[in-house]
Design a protein around this ligand. Structure first.
Ligand code: SF4
Length: 367
């Protein structure tokens, strides 16, 4: 498997965050990286933003600071489409990988890879939140504002988070990654409410549009290793992208996935087609001038995002669902990320009335 791991060119530490155990851990695990202590984080961010490709520049530095707000938030999802009642943990922001379509290029004000080190506040906020919701099963994860595992050799967050959630049975905790950075997880015992998920795509899309990410075959191999250790795994085909030969391209990956990973170990598979706010198109054009993914025909959805016409989306989903169902995957729960009721009905023959029903559908099936 690809062994190259991300290290920043420089670590910036906010002065007030120097004394935290997590700061010490990061400095120990990245001891060869130059460090600068900063008084004013806003000023540092403003300076990075002067750079022509400030998104790319931000990926080269790691900022250590504190989250002075809420660590746990509902997933922003998108208005007018069905969500899944997911909650996100803001422990890290930004990502060292560089996918063409990454929404973070448009979404986050701070381009630097950022780690919040006040983890005692995180555990307290999580306990309060889980207690307030003790009568439901929550799905919660870290992979929305970055990649859950891309920094794991530096932070070892996976070990802390899994140890915490193992004892909180009203939560299903998900780590979501494109990396194969699983060494820390291989050292710990699995639990039913822990899910390690991979974002997958066709080999062609991954190769052309997911700069810095290991090949899809290696991601599947990492999933196989963890599922053989007893971990539940999950997969997100998102964003599904049309190109000449996409039917075969996606079928090939589903085939390999369901050959290598036992369907009974798969907690869920989600599907989502390419969608992006119009402003992201401008950023993609500038940063990835050779990409073709933004030049298909799109409509402006009710949420203000560009997406494929509904008949095209239906075709994409039907083909992929059909392969999953044919290849030993008939019992795997499948759901959509940000899709309409009509798409649910016409592909999965389900019409969830809202995100609560989707939450139940996904979380009740296996835990
Ligand atoms: S792995 Fe996810 S967060 Fe990282 S660049 Fe790609 S899309 Fe963005």
């Amino acid at each position: 498997m690809t062994k190259s791991k991300y290290f920043p060119r420089k670590i910036y530490i906010e002065k007030a965050s120097l004394g935290f155990p997590m700061t010490k851990r990061i400095l120990k695990n990245a001891s060869h990286v130059p460090v600068e202590i900063v008084e004013d984080v806003e000023n540092l961010i403003d300076n990075i933003k002067i750079s022509r490709d400030f998104i790319g520049e931000g990926k080269k530095c790691l900022l250590i600071t504190q989250n002075r707000g809420k660590f746990v938030k509902p997933c922003p999802c998108t208005p007018h489409y069905i969500g899944c009642n997911y909650f996100i943990i803001n422990l890290e922001l930004q990502c060292p990988l560089d996918c063409t379509y990454c929404i973070l290029q448009h979404y986050l004000e701070n381009p630097m890879i950022t780690v919040y080190v006040n983890t005692e506040d995180l555990w307290k906020q999580l306990d309060d939140f889980l207690y307030k919701n003790k009568n439901r099963t929550l799905r919660i994860g870290t992979g929305e504002l970055g990649d859950s595992m891309a920094l794991d050799h530096i932070t070892k967050h996976s070990k802390d988070l899994i140890s915490f959630f193992k004892k909180r049975k009203n939560a299903i905790f998900e780590l979501k990654t494109k990396t194969v950075n699983i060494e820390n997880i291989l050292e710990i015992e699995p639990a039913e409410n822990i899910v390690v998920a991979w974002s997958l795509n066709s080999y062609k899309v991954a190769q052309n549009e997911e700069k810095g990410a290991p090949p899809v075959r290696e991601r599947i191999e990492a999933a196989r290793l963890l599922s053989n250790r007893g971990f539940r795994v999950a997969f997100h085909f998102d964003p599904i992208i049309r190109y000449q030969g996409w039917v075969y391209g996606y079928a090939e990956v589903v085939d390999e996935l369901l050959e290598k990973v036992k369907p009974s170990a798969i907690a869920w598979i989600s599907l989502g087609s390419l969608r992006f706010p119009p402003d992201l198109k401008t950023i993609i054009k500038k940063r990835f001038p050779n990409t073709k993914i933004i030049y298909d025909e799109f409509i402006l959805g009710k949420d203000g995002k560009l997406r494929y016409f509904k008949p095209l989306r239906l075709q994409l989903y039907k083909e992929i669902i059909d392969v999953i169902r044919r290849k030993r995957g008939e019992k795997i729960p499948i759901y959509f990320c940000m899709e309409s009721r009509e798409i649910w009905r016409k592909t999965l023959r389900k019409t969830p009335r809202g995100k609560e029903e989707v939450e139940k559908y996904i979380s009740l099936l296996r835990v």
